[in-house]
Design a protein. Structure first.
Length: 186
């Protein structure tokens, strides 16, 4: 059996990211150094939003950082320690990276959201606990279980009917923008 389960729609973030792109026509992207397919899909969704609004994101405006809060903090601090930030907005692959960015920019003397706006992805529990709380894209985790059980029942049903299990399955679960305090209201 070959099956691919993609339980939520990273590219649906395009709709939510459009909010950020419309507000900030120039933003930088903090992308994980670790190869994670969902992060690549999120980046592609962001590029689609930029393209939709006839904007470009030069490769120099994508910063590659580690995927832990501590390492992303260190990476972002090191990147911007000796050169000023040339944007007022950052999109992050995940809330973990956004939390590291929040800390790094604070240590560098920037105020969030007054100087720099940040948006994460996943609506992790810490996103509402950071100061300021992170604007993020929510992935409805409760829908994962339902989709997984439905998929398993469907696969068992196919096996009982002697159907071939060599097909690929992709289930998309929508995302939603959660507006908090890390994005400046314009």
């Amino acid at each position: 059996m070959v099956a691919k389960y993609d339980l939520y729609d990273n590219k649906a973030g395009l709709k939510s990211q459009s909010y950020f792109v419309k507000t900030y026509s120039f933003s930088l992207y903090l992308h994980s150094l670790e190869s994670i397919s969902s992060f690549d899909e999120r980046r592609d969704g962001y590029f689609s939003a930029m393209k939709h609004f006839h904007l470009e994101l030069p490769q120099d405006d994508i910063y590659y950082v580690h995927y832990s809060e501590e390492e992303s903090y260190q990476d972002i601090y090191r990147i911007f320690k000796d050169s000023p930030v040339h944007s007022t907005a950052f999109i992050c692959d995940d809330d973990t990276i956004a939390a590291g960015a929040l800390r790094a920019f604070h240590m560098l003397g920037y105020k969030i959201p007054e100087d720099i706006s940040l948006i994460g992805f996943n609506d992790r529990p810490n996103a509402s606990l950071t100061r300021p709380s992170l604007t993020t894209i929510n992935v409805p985790k409760g829908a994962f279980g339902t989709a997984a059980v439905d998929s398993i029942i469907n696969l068992i049903s196919k096996k009982q009917n002697n159907n071939c299990w060599t097909s690929s399955l992709k289930t998309r679960i929508g995302t939603q923008l959660v507006i908090r305090d890390s994005v400046k209201k314009i």
